[in-house]
Design a binder for this molecule. Sequence first.
Ligand SMILES: Nc1ncnc2c1ncn2[C@@H]1O[C@H](COP(=O)(O)OP(=O)(O)OP(=O)(O)O)[C@@H](O)[C@H]1O
Length: 491
Amino acid sequence: MEQFVRKRLTFLTSFWNKLRPRSVTESCSLGYLGSDSVSLNSEATSISFIPKSSLCIALYAFTARSASELSISAGDKLRVLREEGEYVLARRLLGEPAMGYVPAAYVANLSQGTSAHRPWYFSKISRNEAEQLLLSPPNQHGSFLVRDSESSKGEYSLSVRNHTKVSHFRICKSPRGSLYIQKGHPFPNMEELLAFYTEHWKVIQSPLLQPCSPATPPERDGWERPRWEFTLRRKLGEGYFGEVWEGLWRNTVPVAIKIIKADMKAEDFTKEIQNLKRLRHEKLIQLHAVCSLEEPVYIITELMRKGNLHSYLNSPEGKSLGTSHLLNIACQVADGMRYLEEKHIVHRDLAARNILVGEELTCKIADFGLARLLKDDIYSTSSSTKIPVKWTAPEAANYRTYSLKSDVWSYGILLYEVFTYGQIPYEGMTNQETVRQITRGYRLPRPSPCPPEIYSIMLECWSGNTEERPTFLALREKLGFIYRRLLSSLS
Ligand SMILES: Nc1ncnc2c1ncn2[C@@H]1O[C@H](COP(=O)(O)OP(=O)(O)OP(=O)(O)O)[C@@H](O)[C@H]1O
């Protein structure tokens, strides 16, 4: 009834307000949802009537990458419905009604006072954090912030950068609520206190020139996903960087999840991630996502159900493959390598153990941990990275000079693995012996199921003269031709 009369008989508003003052809850939540021009003071009032954690402001712009995410602009007001890992589910309060996930680090709780209207208020940061922030770019001499005092609850501290140092001033609160730095010089609110010391900065010998800039947003790119989206199902294997699990993405998409060991150096595995991010080809393992903002880091790639090619060739299913299937595998790997060749990327660890097998004999190249972009067609390393000697060309094993031609040598060894159903090359020989024999001109013998035509390709790959080794483009064409000819002879 009251609502009806208020709405219809607006000229009686002042009378109604005297008779039955409107409830604060009602007016505040309406103000919040319906207007963009809510001042900080009115926010402060409304916050006490709506669960504190739910009202937030966007600190940075974020562009949604999927239908489940919400694009926001810096300054947008949001209602956070729940927190999920590194993301929050939020509803935009103004403009087009929209809801979705945004990174938690991109929003700040309004009850903590972070607001476009009080850019100098940094609420819960510590004295040390304040110093670090003020002393790092883009902050400079005269940058300042107000934070909650660590030692006196309910009071504040003013931190000001003075050239290369930071000075801190306690802002005390009198029993009547006024604020002061110097006893006997109170101000009714923080704005007035700061206005006074901005003008009379000499009193504190620290000029207040500009509010502190917040830290730049944490680096995120389109690959970063919240961890809760992934569930681990079954351990598939283990490598140098950690365990690999079969898992599900959002309970629907099957994926492989590499869980990086906590003691791994970030620079080592980030190389693999960077390579996966910039390469895309149907014969290269596809990166789906990463969870890299906290440990353990997850690298999520497509799931190849039949595991690595070396184990697969040794399995009953692998052992039953005929020559045409083996040739098909060889063609797929050559195709993936041709793509890397085109991009001037040297893999450095091409071997059957680093090829993954999926349904219908799909093969994809994996393990880009050692892959490098070639500057002058040759990559030299002085580091003593563990070398898979039996797969490595002599010039790379002896002098650490890697090139696409050393990958071609490794490809020849991979052909040998394929046509021997996963036998170890140079079986019974040590690494040292292998290098010695190779340098003397020894080459692996032709495996019995291997057609002479394919064996002569292997020998070309193992030419001592790098120039005489074929390119991957030539290998793909030659093997493709032999494969098609074989298929037509079978049909
Ligand atoms: N995407 C995937 N799909 C299915 N199985 C996988 C996938 N990635 C890895 N695996 C399995 O997990 C095993 C370990 O993989 P991982 O890449 O960690 O190590 P690796 O290739 O054996 O060697 P390295 O120590 O050089 O990393 C692989 O041999 C393979 O069997």
